[in-house]
Design a protein. Sequence first.
Length: 257
Amino acid sequence: MTATPLERPFDPRRQLRAVGRMLADLVHPPSCIVCRAATAEPHALCGACWRSMPFIERPYCERLGTPMSVAFSAGPLLSPAAVAEPPPFARARAAVRYEGPARELVHGLKYKDGLRLVPAMASWMERAGTELLADADVILPVPMHRFRFWMRRFNQAGALASAIGARAGVPVGTDLLRRIRATSPQPGLTRKERSDNLRNAFAVDAAAKDRLEGKRVLLVDDVQTTGATAGACARVLRKAGVQEVDLLVFACVVPST
């Protein structure tokens, strides 16, 4: 006969973990990851921030992942931007629009050493990228140049990729794609300037090519603006023999219409 919860044998380790969680909650009560208001559990949003979080739901462009107001097509829904200028990656998905509390989370993760934000952000990204993760052989974070890594102490894309890989059971290759040239910050640059800025910035080592050839790669980053960085990575990966590249980001900039 299967034991009911009341009949389970006493497990001291489970009881110690429960007591530890209770003590931690007394010292550091769970709070909203955006506004710090009280929440029922850690790594969560309060009701107000949840309602204002700009989650992306269908209908959206099946190629770029950007939200669309209506879905008229019976087939795959494509935005005018995806038709006019198809990206080097196959599909992109984002959990949220880059605005409001989502922007605060990105800035907190990137500039305030906010690794405490990773569990929630990764869980929303996993949900947004379910179909991409199902097809992925390996997850690669958009790499950071070693000098910037030394200054910031961690790569936010790498932290998100590791958390998503652990949740989805997909291997993560943090050393397969490298940023070999330091680049200027992308914000404020024109499309051409972004492209020039990223030229020859990424590389795949010969040893990594053997591990990537014929694979389906899921590229992970925190934010997508124009897609120039992801596009540069995708071109290098395709040249190295990768079968297909998809993109999963926490937030994407949605042009106003």
